[in-house]
Every structure is written in C-alpha cells, then in structure tokens.
Design a binder for this molecule. Structure first.
Ligand code: NAP
Length: 228
C-alpha cells in the first residue's frame, strides 16, 4: 500500500473496461489509488470493477460507472479507447476536465495496417486531445508502448514508459503513476514528442508480427533514472 497522499487521489480510466485500461486499473488499485472504471455503459463498467475487485481479493477501491461520472469524480483522468473513439469520448467529458491532469494512452492506429505509422493532422493523438480539451487541462501521454499483456498480473515488466506532456510538473505527476504501476517512467519532453512515442507502437506491433512475439517493448539504457 502506498503513502497517505496517494489515497486521496482518484483515477478515472475512460474505456477502463478494455484490455489496456483494465490492466492499468489493476496496478493502480493495487498501489492504493481509488480507481473509477469508466464505460459508455455503467453496467459493463460495474462488471469490470467487480472482476478487478475479485482479482485483488477485495483489498482495493475500484468501482464502475459511465465515462462522464468517472471524469467528474476524479483528479486524474486516463483515456484508453481505440483511436476511432478518441474524439467523441473527449468531447463527451471535456467540460469535466478543467484544471485536472489528463493522461492519453491512445495510439492512432489505422486498421488494418496497424504496423504502419499514421499520425493525425494535429501531430499525435495526444496533441489532438490538447486541441479538443484546451489549455485549462494538463495533457500528458504515456503507456502507449506497454502491451496490456504485461499489466493484469503482479509480474515485473521489463519495458519502460516514455512520458510526454504539457509541463515538467505534469510529467512528474505521471511518472509517479508509472512508478505506482510498477514500471520505470522517463521524462520524454513536451507533448509534441508524443508523435514519436505513439509511432513507436506501430513499430513494436510490426516487430511482434515479424518475430512471433506478442508484447515487444522498449528499455532506455545508458541513463541514470535516479538523476532528475
Ligand atoms: N491493448 C494494448 O496492449 C495497448 C497497448 C498500448 C496502447 N494501447 C492503446 O490503448 C487504447 C485502448 O486499447 P485497448 O486494447 O484497451 O482497446 P479495447 O479493449 O478494444 O477498447 C477499450 C475500450 O474502449 C471502449 N470503446 C471501444 N469502442 C468504442 C467506441 N466506438 N466508442 C467509444 N468507446 C469505445 C470500450 O469501452 P466501453 O464499451 O465500456 O465503453 C472498450 O472496452 C488504444 O488506443 C490502444 O491503441 C493499447
């Protein structure tokens, strides 16, 4: 369990019924955060929350509700939906995010060629989120290179997380979330740099296809993480 300051924080995961969101919810709930699973359908969110509570043997704070309710209730809002749902989901919660920290996990994949990098006109999904949400929201992007296969259990993850975002302070907050999830997070600079991180996911998907793996990731070498 984490320190008391973390217990005061709640995290909304919009689309938290899905593969990536559920894995992140599991890890943050285990670290002592109160997690609100969001969905278009509150019953679906409640079912996902119940499954997580069973996995965590009741020793956690996870509940399920609509995406809008989750965004309203939380200080930190994380988005884990397919890119096709990115804009509509953001528009639906936009008015509840002012002054909050928003973390975009979305990768702008364009099926069926998901191993080819395709970026939106804004530059990246995260930059598009910033355009939609406006300057009152601290926008960061993270976890785009972490396969969900790593997340829904307690094992150590040998992949790092590159964190980009609108301010150094916001990135530092997200790095704390990365650490709470049991991973190493690196300050990868301004939100513009999310172009590279999101694009890298297509490269990793291509590597998975070519080499018969399912969860290729990246690791930063040659730098000392304890130096800030
Ligand atoms: N899966 C991974 O390993 C992985 C790794 C890194 C990054 N990502 C990125 O994380 C995001 C989520 O990935 P995922 O694999 O978790 O996706 P997913 O399981 O396919 O979907 C996540 C959730 O998004 C919601 N959703 C789906 N279609 C929607 C629509 N048309 N409109 C609104 N909501 C919709 C659903 O929630 P409700 O039906 O409950 O509303 C669904 O449970 C993607 O952008 C992906 O690229 C995924």
């Amino acid at each position: 369990m984490s320190d008391d300051s973390q217990l005061l924080l709640s995290i909304a995961i919009l689309g938290g019924t899905g593969k990536e969101g559920k894995g992140l919810a599991y890890r943050w709930a285990m670290a002592g955060y109160s997690v609100h699973i969001g969905s278009r359908d509150s019953a679906k969110a409640q079912t996902a929350a119940k499954e997580l509570m069973e996995l965590l043997e009741g020793e956690a704070l996870v509940d399920g509700m609509t995406n809008i309710e989750a965004a309203q209730k939380s200080n930190i809002v994380v988005l884990t939906v397919p890119y096709s749902a990115h804009k509509d989901t953001l528009e639906s919660v936009k008015s509840y995010l002012k002054g909050k920290l928003f973390v975009d996990v979305t990768v702008p994949l364009v099926p069926p060629k998901v191993s080819t990098v395709r970026m939106p006109a804004a530059g990246s999904a995260a930059q598009e989120a910033q355009q939609i949400l406006g300057e009152d929201v601290q926008v960061c992007a993270a976890f785009q290179n972490i396969s969900h296969e790593h997340l829904l259990d307690d094992s150590e993850v040998a992949c790092d997380v590159l964190v980009t975002g609108t301010s150094k302070e916001a990135r530092a907050e997200v790095i704390k979330l990365v650490q709470a999830a049991g991973l190493i997070g690196w300050d990868a600079g301004p939100l513009e740099n999310s172009v590279v991180v999101e694009g890298l996911t297509s490269v990793l998907i291509g590597i998975n296809k070519k080499y018969g793996s399912t969860h290729a990731g990246i690791k930063i070498t040659g730098a000392n993480h304890s130096v800030d």
